[in-house]
Design a protein around this ligand. Structure first.
Ligand code: SF4
Length: 362
């Protein structure tokens, strides 16, 4: 159906939308009910465009038009007991063998991400079950290789308070953890157990990275709001939105995939809702894309190794965007500086995009 283009859009925004935008200008978040209203707008409508623009403006003001560059290494693959129906590693449908990057490969990838001196954090991702002692060894080895201004963050299965303390002592600065949309229905994991790990992360003093994911066409505004507010109520350091990637032959393939435009709408609502979360220091969009970065997101992740949304064993050069591509995307989105994990910033300009050998003409 063609999208209706109205000529009176500048003077006739719905009152509810005007209220949301007025509040956002004052740094006030929308209510849950207003978030549902915003998510029910047609993604290609003028109203949804206004929501994205309002979120973008609020985010740039809140974060000083600074962005964050993050990198993730999937260090292993195995048939995963989480059995998430949207993930290539779910034990009942995966075609991946059990495999692990060796230490040399992990360190080489860590250098590839961090050697530009502008990486905020390097994420180490495992399956839901993982070898804890081996992970600690990997953290210590990576910590010794990468600059102090780049943090290490883990994206692993559930863990307890003692393990959180050990992770922190080994040099971990944060953890990505999510109670996913339809957790326990589209996955074999216990939502309550997932949420308990939120508390463990906070109590250990680790930064809590959260995300509204994995978004599909079937998720209602009420479901999206319920799930995104779990992160806000837990004081997430980073909020985000990620769509479910269509994987032909996977258990949820028949549900399809939302567009990047719809994903940007969710990014915008997450951004506005997170105005009510003083702990939030950034908003991410997965996978990297320009629409999300003009709707409130100021973070993208470069990826290498295993990726739950990719049928390739190494996502770099496939679905995963490399670090140079992510840096350029942030630049093209108008961000002018990159934050590093120690609180310092570096400029994001044309010179920083140039490969080292052509950075300066003698
Ligand atoms: S999303 Fe994570 S927990 Fe779920 S099957 Fe994939 S690797 Fe396992």
């Amino acid at each position: 159906m063609p999208v209706e283009i109205r000529k009176d859009y500048l003077v006739n925004l719905p009152r509810e939308l005007e209220r949301v935008i007025d509040h956002a200008r004052q740094g006030q978040p929308p209510t849950r009910g207003q978030c549902e209203y915003l998510l029910a707008l047609e993604p290609a409508s003028i109203e949804a465009g206004v929501v994205r623009a309002a979120a973008d403006a609020a985010s740039r003001e809140r974060f000083g038009n600074e962005a964050m560059l993050l990198g993730q290494i999937g260090i292993e693959t195995a048939p995963c007991p989480g059995n998430c129906k949207f993930c290539v590693f779910g034990k009942e449908h995966t075609t991946f063998p059990t495999a692990r990057l060796d230490r040399r490969e992990i360190l080489a990838r860590a250098h590839g991400f961090a050697d530009g001196d502008d990486l905020y954090a390097l994420f180490l991702m495992t399956m839901h079950e993982f070898g804890f002692a081996d992970l600690l060894d990997t953290v210590v080895a990576v910590r010794a290789e990468i600059p102090a201004h780049t943090q290490i963050v883990v994206n692993i299965g559930d863990f307890d308070a003692a393990q959180a303390v050990e992770l922190r002592a080994a040099g971990v600065g944060g953890a990505y953890h999510v109670c996913r949309l339809r957790e326990g229905v589209d996955t074999d994991l216990d939502p309550a157990r997932r949420r308990r790990t939120f508390d463990v992360i906070g109590q250990a003093g680790l930064d809590f990275y959260y995300c509204c994911e994995p978004i599909g066409p079937e998720h209602t505004p009420a479901e999206l709001v319920e799930q995104m507010f779990l992160g806000i109520e837990a004081g997430c350091f980073q909020h985000a939105a990620m769509r479910r990637v269509w994987l032909p032959g996977s258990p949820l393939a028949n549900r399809g995939q939302v567009t990047e435009l719809r994903l940007a709408q969710v990014v915008a609502v997450v951004t506005l809702a997170a105005l009510g979360c003083p702990e939030t220091k950034s908003i991410a969009v997965h996978e990297p894309n320009l629409l999300g970065l003009s709707a409130g997101a100021n973070v993208v992740y470069a990826e290498a190794g295993a990726n739950p949304r990719d049928k390739a064993a190494d996502t770099s050069g496939h679905r995963g965007l490399d670090i140079a591509g992510c840096r350029k995307m942030l630049y093209e989105s108008g961000f002018t500086a990159l934050c590093r994990g120690d609180g310092t910033t570096v400029p994001l300009d044309l010179e920083s995009l140039a490969p080292p050998e052509t950075a300066r003409i003698p």
